[in-house]
Design a protein around this ligand. Structure first.
Ligand SMILES: Nc1ncnc2c1ncn2[C@@H]1O[C@H](COP(=O)(O)OP(=O)(O)OP(=O)(O)O)[C@@H](O)[C@H]1O
Ligand SMILES: O=C(O)C1=C[C@@H](O)[C@@H](O)[C@H](O)C1
Length: 124
């Protein structure tokens, strides 16, 4: 879920376990050669982003002793579950109103799925 604390909690968990930490959105940005998920969605498409995300998750799934903060939308593709099930998956269950407050604090410009007039109740 977007803004649920995957990066914050993932880094702490990796540190405590002595594991490596990876953020799959950052790895997709590196693989595509673009600075943000928002730009990848805009210049290419969500489907293009999801293809690259699946490829990143497939590569990560063959590694050991790592914590991965996935993109909030990684769960929508069944193939990604195959990769995530190679390890333990943790869902951060944050109440929607708390998520809305966190996202509103930084705005939706960097969030392509929320940065649309009809789907932007958080900053209204
Ligand atoms: N347990 C928590 N309690 C309160 N605030 C938190 C908690 N975890 C994270 N936050 C705050 O929520 C915001 C989003 O956190 P974070 O960037 O870790 O989420 P994310 O799930 O990685 O987000 P993204 O959807 O951008 O990948 C940050 O401002 C962070 O400081
Ligand atoms: O910030 C966003 O709007 C998004 C970023 C990625 O994590 C994606 O996985 C998510 O679906 C959308």
């Amino acid at each position: 879920m977007m803004g649920s604390g995957k990066s914050t909690v993932g880094k702490i968990l990796a540190e405590v376990l002595g594991y490596s930490y990876f953020d799959s959105d950052s790895l997709v940005e590196q693989a595509v050669g673009m600075p943000s998920v928002a730009q990848i969605f805009k210049v290419h498409s969500e489907a293009f982003f999801r293809d690259s995300e699946s490829s990143v998750l497939r590569d990560l799934s063959s590694m050991h002793r790592l914590v991965v903060a996935t993109g909030g939308g990684a769960v929508i593709r069944p193939v990604n579950w195959r990769y995530m099930k190679k390890g333990l998956s943790i869902m951060l269950d944050v109440p929607l109103d708390a998520l809305a407050k966190r996202i509103a604090q930084v705005g939706t410009a960097s969030r392509p799925l929320l940065d649309q007039p009809s789907a932007d109740p958080y900053t209204a």
